[in-house]
Design a binder for this molecule. Structure first.
Ligand SMILES: Cc1cc2nc3c(=O)[nH]c(=O)nc-3n(C[C@H](O)[C@H](O)[C@H](O)COP(=O)(O)OP(=O)(O)OC[C@H]3O[C@@H](n4cnc5c(N)ncnc54)[C@H](O)[C@@H]3O)c2cc1C
Length: 240
């Protein structure tokens, strides 16, 4: 796999406890929306059984001039180091890699199911598709515990307004407090909910990304609803 050197340009909070890291895009770095990179951090702080290397889906789209990843900041050695990294620091990345990319037959719709931070590969796909004015039908079912956990939700609402072929359905699974639901539907994504949401789409291909428990549960739900495994692609975000 190709190794590149890059620099951290900036970081920003994109949801509660969730941060995006913007890196320079190395010259000649080509990737497809949905692919991932490994980020290798320079100096170990503390101990980490997996070393200071983590895999992240690329949030930014290929047309953009930077490489962005986003993650829930938890108290692990890697994430403490990433959060503490001074702007301008040199960082090595490896990649891109992965086949969690859109199917070629664009006449078939794409249904994206994102659990929490599993939204990252879909942001890249949706930004690129909007920019390309893709005629492909795209539906995103995006579930989070609380509205504040929903990274990139404001951008997704804008993308939905800008594209006639993209529809967003966002839900929360915990009771909503005084802050309000932010337009997100308080309910779980189950079989009947998916069937209603996709009723207008012919032969979609399903993409599921997020914590392994969610991915496994969604695969089972889709299978129970009669969706063939050949039409389901998934990405497990280990560690959640
Ligand atoms: C293709 C791909 C794309 C990803 N994209 C993102 C992303 O965009 N954003 C994001 O936040 N995360 C992403 N992840 C997950 C990410 O690599 C980290 O595992 C995750 O962020 C948790 O890191 P952590 O430091 O909090 O926990 P860690 O310390 O890494 O792990 C916590 C626990 O998970 C277990 N674990 C870790 N790695 C594995 C593994 N490979 N297999 C089985 N168990 C494991 C460990 O045993 C540990 O107990 C992606 C993973 C993959 C494979």
């Amino acid at each position: 796999m190709t190794r590149h050197e890059t620099r951290l340009q900036r970081r920003e909070e994109v949801a509660t406890g969730t941060m995006a890291f913007h890196f320079e895009k190395p010259a000649g770095f080509d990737f497809k929306p949905g692919q991932a990179i490994d980020v290798l951090l320079p100096s170990p702080i503390g101990t980490d059984p997996h070393g200071l290397r983590h895999t992240f889906s690329i949030v930014s789209a290929p047309y953009e001039g930077e490489l962005v990843v986003a993650t829930r900041l938890r108290d692990t050695a890697f994430k403490r180091s990433l959060k503490a990294l001074p702007l301008g620091s040199r960082v090595e990345i490896e990649g891109p890699f992965g086949s969690f990319t859109l199917h070629n037959a664009r006449v078939r719709p794409a249904v994206f199911i994102a659990g929490g931070i599993g939204i990252t590969p879909f942001i890249s796909m949706l930004r690129q598709a909007t920019r390309d004015r893709s005629p492909q039908q795209r539906l995103l079912l995006y579930t989070n515990r609380r509205p504040d956990d929903a990274a990139y939700i404001d951008e997704l609402k804008v993308l939905e307004r800008r594209s006639e072929t993209f529809r967003l359905v966002a839900t929360t699974t915990e009771p909503v407090d005084r802050g309000g639901s932010g337009g997100l539907q308080p309910r779980r994504i189950d079989g009947p909910f998916i069937q209603r949401a996709v009723a207008h789409l012919a032969e979609p291909v399903y993409y599921v990304a997020g914590p392994p428990g969610l991915v496994e549960g969604m695969r089972r739900t889709l299978n129970d609803a009669g969706v063939d495994d050949d039409d389901i692609r998934s990405e497990d975000f280990h560690g959640y």
